[in-house]
Design a protein around this ligand. Structure first.
Ligand SMILES: O=P(O)(O)OC[C@H]1O[C@](O)(CO)[C@@H](O)[C@@H]1O
Length: 504
């Protein structure tokens, strides 16, 4: 079907479903809960509480076919130049899968395996040393992925190392981390794809000097000469490549801290979980493809229901950092208002991603989710089998998870309007059998593929981030002015600099 006809259909469905109520959709079809669910390895997803129906999904599937989503996924893993503005591939899948066809993908996979072998050697060396504490110094993708995985997978480590993270250029963070550590028993990993990031270089220099030498200084970078010039021994520099985006990089040597926390076997299991999702994303038909379904629902919520934000609500304290991680993955990837071909997408793109872990979040922002004027679609993520023996707690956690999705969807009538719940608030519910390296890998890869699929549907580049450059440049120009060396900034900034300087 031609594109315009599909868009017309999409708009017709949007109008039809604008008035539809989730409880009615559920009541109308006894098979809905099963029909709108999908399992891929350890990840189960249920879309029955989304404001969609079979006809909508057929049209969305038509749109996916129209933009050749399956071919686009294949092009991604094969190493096509999907990052057009930088003339690069985005081969994060090659870090964990050998799905890619052709020389480019195969060469990338071979390089990834070689780097992983070197990383395993460094892990062994550190384990055999007297080091007790390791600091990961990096920001954005060089921080959020390792931080999330180290936190989420604590139960899988033997506790050989205490892992610490420093990302902010705010000196309080590094001060608090260094306090109480012994430089003679601490190692630091500088993680920076570019090795040009202000925060990481400043913090890295502080820690390098604090360590009093470079024997316990490691680096992960695509800019090996800069890491060496910084004083890191080449034997302790692990490679990165321009074909891996920072926010897609935890599967590379950027995951060194993860391997230190859970061992190489655990790290390999994380990659295997992601590889399972890669194979599914590339091979499953559109209508039974979890990341594609997730992406179609995201586009539906953004463009048909016009919902401006998206909540991520893990019901597992170990996943408390997932909203932060997904904020970068989604918002840096999809925060674009120009298509790759230079045209306007013509529709809204990225939602604001936010969230927090249940049940704590229930006692902070859930009031607004239930009765606020904006409808916020949510991804709930629960874990069936806990890693602790407190059965009563876990049952209460799961009961809360199920209750919140039901309450948001169905609402509740009351005579007193203050006490009424409008409901009709869509959500997707994920269940992991257990939180393991494998299931975490599969879940994160699901989000990566969904983000890429959304970018293809909108025609935007998911792999560049030009929007972060201007602020960095201006900060560089303001630095001398803050020190009192000349003038910079506009009238407001100059007034603010004056205020700061007067109070120093
Ligand atoms: O790993 P690097 O090069 O230090 O970059 C850190 C982060 O900075 C960004 O480039 C944004 O400023 C992210 O995309 C990236 O993850």
């Amino acid at each position: 079907m031609a594109g315009e006809a599909l868009v017309r259909q999409f708009l017709d469905h949007a109008e039809r479903l604008a008035g539809a109520r989730i409880p009615d959709l559920v009541a109308a079809d006894p098979a809905r809960a099963g029909a709108l669910s999908l399992r891929v390895g350890p990840v189960y997803a249920n879309f029955a509480r989304q404001r969609i129906d079979a006809a909508t999904l057929a049209t969305l599937g038509g749109l996916a076919g129209h933009v050749r989503l399956s071919l686009a996924l294949r092009a991604l893993v094969d190493g096509a130049e999907v990052n057009a503005s930088e003339g690069r591939a985005a081969l994060h899948t090659a870090l964990r899968s050998d799905l890619g066809r052709g020389d480019v993908a195969r060469a990338a996979h071979a390089e990834a395996l070689a780097a992983r072998g070197r990383m395993a050697g460094l892990v062994d060396g550190l384990r055999a040393s007297g080091v007790t504490d390791v600091i990961n110094i990096g920001i954005g993708g060089s921080d959020l992925g390792p931080r999330l995985a180290v936190d989420a997978l604590k139960d899988f480590g033997d506790g050989r190392f205490r892992l610490h993270f420093v990302s902010n250029v705010d000196g309080s963070e590094v001060q608090h981390v260094l306090r109480g550590l012994d430089p003679a028993r601490t190692a630091a990993i500088l993680v920076s794809k570019s090795f040009g990031t202000q925060e990481t270089l400043l913090n890295g220099a502080l820690v390098r000097d604090w360590l009093g030498g470079s024997e316990r200084l490691f680096a992960v970078s695509a800019n090996v000469p800069a890491a060496e010039a910084f004083g890191v021994d080449p034997a302790r520099v692990l490679p990165m490549w321009d074909w891996v985006g920072g926010r897609y990089s935890l599967w590379s040597s950027v995951g060194f801290a993860i391997a230190l926390a859970i061992g190489m076997d655990g790290f390999e299991a994380l990659l295997a979980g992601a590889a399972e999702m890669d194979a599914h994303a590339v091979e499953a038909p559109l209508e039974a493809n979890l990341p594609i379904l997730h992406a179609l629902v995201a586009v539906w919520n953004r463009n048909a229901l016009r919902l401006p934000t998206q909540a991520v609500l893990p019901y597992d304290q170990r996943l408390a950092r997932l909203p932060d991680y997904l904020q970068q993955l989604v918002m840096e990837s999809l925060g674009k208002s120009v298509r790759s071909d230079g045209r306007s997408p013509g529709v809204a793109t990225v939602p604001v991603v936010w969230g927090g872990a249940g049940t704590g979040a229930q006692h902070s922002f859930f009031q607004a989710l239930h009765q606020g004027t904006d409808v916020v679609p949510a991804d709930f993520i629960g874990v069936v089998r806990p890693a602790h023996g407190y059965r009563g707690n876990h049952e209460a956690l799961l009961a809360n998870l199920l209750a919140q999705a039901e309450a948001l969807g169905n609402g509740h009538a009351a005579e007193d309007p203050q006490k009424a719940y409008p409901g009709n608030r869509p959500s997707t519910l994920f269940l992991l059998d257990e939180l393991t390296p494998r299931s975490l890998g599969a879940l994160l890869a699901m989000y990566e593929h969904s983000v890429y699929a959304q970018s293809v549907l909108w025609g935007i580049n998911a792999f560049d981030q030009w929007g972060v450059e201007l602020g960095k440049r201006i900060a560089g120009e303001l630095l001398p002015a803050l020190r009192g060396e000349g003038d910079a900034g506009d009238a407001v900034t100059r007034a603010l600099i004056g205020e700061i300087r007067a109070r120093r």
